[in-house]
Design a binder for this molecule. Sequence first.
Ligand code: FES
Length: 176
Amino acid sequence: MRHDRIKPIERGERTDFHACPIDRSAGFSTGRPYADSMSDATAIADRSEVPAGGSHRFTAEDAFGNETEVILVPCEEDPGVRAWVNNCTHEDQRFDTGRGAAIRDGEIICPRHGSMFDACSGECDNGEASGTALPGVEIAVEDDTVLLTDEHYDYLHDGGVNDGDDGPGSTSHVSF
Ligand code: FES
């Protein structure tokens, strides 16, 4: 069921997000249980801005006031997008440094030592980061809009931490 809206949600706009049974199937919780109490969400990207072979990067503020980079990546499971903190679990290495994360066969590839993380689950079973999983950020997709629904993060802007308000959102079709 699609919800008709009088006007589309603008990027960065906070909106009420009422999870109904159908909408719930479109919501995805990464690492945290689905929040029934979730009452608002922020539009962060159009679904089409998440490329098949790359990522869309944005910056959010966590509960402690720290700016954190997050990447939206494609996933074959509903709702087709996942959000992960843009950092490898092994060392301080970003996946998306401004040109999009490298994604091959549904896995995010760390550019430093090559560990691969499942784009849907965030789990890694190979290389230096084996046995770890990426910290997830809760999102939902309503119509074609990706919404930030994680109560631990507030959307700040597209792009990386240092891109500020003028920074471009990173989008890449980098492939190996
Ligand atoms: S920094 Fe990512 S695998 Fe080592």
